[in-house]
Design a protein around this ligand. Structure first.
Ligand code: NAD
Length: 455
């Protein structure tokens, strides 16, 4: 059968595109070798947040004295947390399948390979069958990067995030190589469940792309709580001669733990695309324009495989933009959608959470944008005071110096992940401080900090 659109990869990019194009009445085939939902749903965002939520329940129960509550003999069952995680994932995967089914999208479970391409047709092989389509969308995602450090490859005591999520038992101790988002979320999980954690980060700071002042608050809190965080430290070698003890050499010193988790970034998946020899790449990922089009006619790419910003919500937005562009191809309109990469919110599920959207002061300086920064501790919110005993938190607004347009918002403090969307509206729509001042925020909520900071 000939389809309007063939999509390879059923993660947030792939399933969003499939649903949108099917809804528009187009014949769509979606290829996925594992479960739909991709990394995010199966081995990324959702399972980590499920385990982190379990860990937070335990941690809060054992640290509730400050709220006048004492609980004795509080226990956790890691296997039960894992079981619940699996059930949540299974339900969400089933929900996506149902939605695709409702839209009559053809879902093929198998590894898809592009076998040929002309300007108006692409042929794809999967499970011994050939499928043809007018348009191709590549949403093949990314996989954990394994750095060329001696002793890492094929070492069963060295985990990536997928191994860590699958483990049925907690490690007795862990060294985390890479203090990025994955590294700090797993550091949070293990620390809250009582596992001694060492984080080794090559850069001068953990979470190097975030606002340094916000990150410093997390760093100070985590170090005080007993997480050993080493920065400007490079791992040179890993030895596992004395298992279950694994040794990591970094900056000439040896560190020991039962397991090592490597989280030093991810790389685009390009397998199955070998026949697309003219497909233009950029630093190992597929190069796309503002509409997610590649250099090949009728070939689009969305999500981690483009390595623009490796976040699930970026992937799904790219998919919306790409499908709109594709649908408009026959009857071009002037107001094509694009992705506003300067207004992408992101969250680190540490405790406290970090949430941000838009540019930092540092990025503004690199872009030669004159800015004014306004900031307040989160304690200016009554609700924050009530629910975050002993915490200060921080909220920073980066404004254009000339017209006070909101260019960035950077917060640390629970639950900032839940109100960063309000800041995203401001950044994405280019609101000025004066316009934001007219928005009414509900009281008492932590979100009010966004208002307090500009009154
Ligand atoms: P990352 O790029 O966020 O962080 C990797 C870190 O490893 C960097 O700080 C880097 O300096 C450090 N590093 C690199 N090589 C090193 C070495 N040899 N020794 C020590 N440190 C080294 O990558 P990640 O944490 O692996 O996450 C992968 C992707 O998944 C990211 O794009 C991230 O945004 C995404 N993700 C997002 C969320 C979320 O939105 N909450 C959660 C998890 C992952």
């Amino acid at each position: 059968m000939r389809y309007y659109l063939a999509i390879i990869g059923g993660g947030p990019a792939g399933y969003t595109a499939a649903e949108k194009a099917s809804k528009a009445g187009k014949d769509v085939v979606l290829f996925e070798q594992n479960a739909v939902g991709g990394t995010c749903l199966n081995v990324g965002c959702i399972p980590t947040k499920s385990l982190l939520f379990g860990a937070k329940q335990y941690y809060n129960a054992t640290h509730a004295q400050k709220y006048g509550v004492t609980a004795e003999n509080v226990l956790f069952d890691f296997a039960a947390m894992q079981k619940r995680k699996t059930i949540v994932v299974r339900k969400l995967v089933a929900g996506i399948k149902q939605r695709l089914n409702n839209e009559h999208c053809t879902l093929v479970n198998g590894f898809a390979k592009v076998v040929s391409r002309q300007d108006t047709m692409v042929s794809i092989e999967c499970n011994g069958e050939t499928y043809e389509a007018e348009n191709l969308m590549i949403c093949t995602g990314s996989t954990n990067f394994v750095p060329p450090i001696p002793g890492i490859k094929d070492n069963p005591a060295v985990w990536d995030s997928t191994d860590a999520l699958a483990a049925t038992e907690l490690p007795k101790s862990i060294i985390i190589v890479g203090g990025g988002v994955i590294g700090m979320e797993f550091a949070t999980l293990y620390h809250e469940l009582g596992v001694p954690v060492t984080v080794i980060e090559a850069m001068p700071s953990i979470l190097p792309n975030l606002d340094p002042e916000v990150v410093q608050l997390l760093l100070e809190k985590y170090r005080k709580a007993g997480i050993n965080i080493l920065t400007s430290t490079k791992v040179e070698e890993i030895q596992s001669d004395d298992l279950p003890c694994i040794k990591v050499k970094a900056n000439g010193e040896w560190y020991e733990a039962e397991k090592v988790l490597v989280s030093v970034g991810r790389r685009a998946n390009l397998q199955g695309l070998e026949t697309l020899r003219d497909l233009e790449l950029e630093r190992g990922a597929i190069k796309t324009d503002e509409f997610c089009k590649t250099n090949l006619p009728n070939v689009y790419a969305c999500g981690d495989v483009t390595a623009k910003i490796m976040l699930a919500h970026v992937a799904s937005r790219q998919a919306e933009v790409a499908v709109s562009k594709m649908l408009n191809a026959q009857s071009p309109i002037t107001n094509d959608q694009t992705v506003n990469y300067l207004a992408i919110p992101s969250v680190v599920y540490s405790n406290p959470e970090i949430a941000s959207v838009g540019i930092t002061e540092q990025q503004a300086a690199e872009m030669s944008i004159p800015v004014e920064v306004r900031k307040l501790p989160m304690t200016f919110s009554g609700r924050f005071m009530v629910e975050n005993e002993g915490e200060t938190g921080l909220c920073k607004l980066v404004l254009h110096a000339a017209d006070h347009t909101v260019l960035g918002v950077h917060c640390i403090g629970n639950p900032c992940s839940e109100f960063i969307a309000a800041a995203s509206f401001a950044v994405s729509k280019g609101y000025t401080v004066e316009e934001m001042q007219q928005v009414v925020f509900p009281h008492p909520t932590v979100s009010e900090i966004l208002h307090e900071i500009i009154v």
